[in-house]
Design a protein around this ligand. Structure first.
Ligand code: CP
Ligand code: NVA
Length: 326
């Protein structure tokens, strides 16, 4: 059997995504009881966590999550492995597959994850690439549903760089039936092929997608306003040139006022106050950014149990890992 992977948001179907989110809610609700004993579906199993870029949340939430599921996390800085000395991704995947039950990797090009997954006999999870951040989007959907009560029909407005986080919000949001409205400066829009993929998914789920250069157009009717850093990891040399281009896209009080009166404020973190988001909005009463950060833990625990064992609760005709890559 080919192992199910999670390299891109669309590696889950809409119903599989919903099942993972339901499991995440259950895991969150019973976390205290699970920590007191029981709830150890990864007992005796190990998960490699490989990082080619820095991380605070992803590293901690996966490491703690694997331990809470009863498993053993093996955290690796890629620079301290033979990957940094020319051992191929394929050989690395073959070796790791002999030791661990899943590989979680943060890297640069999406192709690196595809190479790793192509030679791995265990599930591979994208812990952020230049293209996408699908684990973040799962936690974001869990957070939106917690605060808004539902996903389908909610309007999420994203302001800023058409980057990995924007791509995953488009794809995962389309799967969940959200209306996703992205405002980016000219030249920094999300990739055309990702936008087209989101629009195609939306034809089935009822999601609608808007990509614009106009902040007010994106903000109109938004239940959720969202932003991310202007210079992502690997783009540090562009920080000052990007700051000029992106300034009009700052998520500030004016943008928030153009959204719905009860809109929630989201940011995947790390945040730069008074850069991509004003300090008043980031620290204000509508901000749910730390709930988002917490939900990384629950959503990723749900994802790992799904990829390794199928749905946590037995379901008569529910999704299973065999069908994670149709
Ligand atoms: N949001 C997120 O992925 O944070 P880290 O880079 O700290 O993992
Ligand atoms: N777009 C950001 C997300 C960080 C979690 C980056 O790639 O650096």
């Amino acid at each position: 059997m080919t192992a199910p992977h999670f390299l891109l948001d669309t590696d889950l179907t809409a119903s599989q995504q919903a099942a993972v989110l339901d499991t995440a809610d259950q895991l969150k609700a019973r976390r205290a009881a699970d920590r007191a004993g029981g709830g150890r579906p990864l007992e005796g199993r190990s998960v490699a966590l490989v990082f080619e870029k820095p991380s605070t949340r992803t590293r901690m939430s996966f490491e703690v999550g694997v331990v809470e599921l009863g498993g053993h996390p093996v955290v690796l800085d890629a620079r301290a492995t033979h990957l940094d000395r020319g051992e191929t991704l394929e050989d690395t995947a073959r070796v790791m597959s002999r030791y661990v039950d899943a590989i979680v990797m943060r890297t640069f090009a999406q192709e690196r994850l595809e190479q790793l997954a192509g030679a791995s006999s265990v599930p591979v999870v994208n812990a952020l690439s230049d293209l996408a951040h699908p684990c973040q989007a799962l936690a974001d959907l869990q957070t939106i549903r917690e605060h808004r009560g539902t996903l389908a029909g909610q309007t999420l407005a994203y302001f800023g760089d058409g980057n990995n986080v924007a791509h995953s919000l488009l794809l995962a949001g389309a799967l969940a039936g959200l209306q996703v409205q992205v405002a980016s400066p000219p030249g920094y829009e999300p990739l055309e092929r990702v936008v087209r993929q989101a629009i195609d998914i939306g034809a089935d789920t009822g999601s609608r997608i808007l990509v614009t250069n106009d902040v007010r157009e994106a903000a109109a009717g938004a239940d959720v306003v969202y932003t991310d850093v202007w210079a992502s990891m690997g783009q540090e040399g562009e920080t000052s040139s990007r700051a000029l281009v992106f300034q009009p896209y700052q998520l500030d009080e004016k943008v928030l006022a153009a959204a719905r009166g009860d809109a929630i404020v989201m940011h995947c973190l790390p945040a730069h106050r008074d850069s991509e988001i004003s300090a008043a909005v980031f620290d204000g009463p509508r901000s749910v950014v730390f709930d988002q950060a917490e939900n990384r833990l629950h959503a990723q625990k749900a994802l790992l149990t799904f990829l390794l064992d199928g749905p946590a609760e037995p379901a008569a005709a529910g999704p299973g890992p065999d069908r994670a890559n149709p």
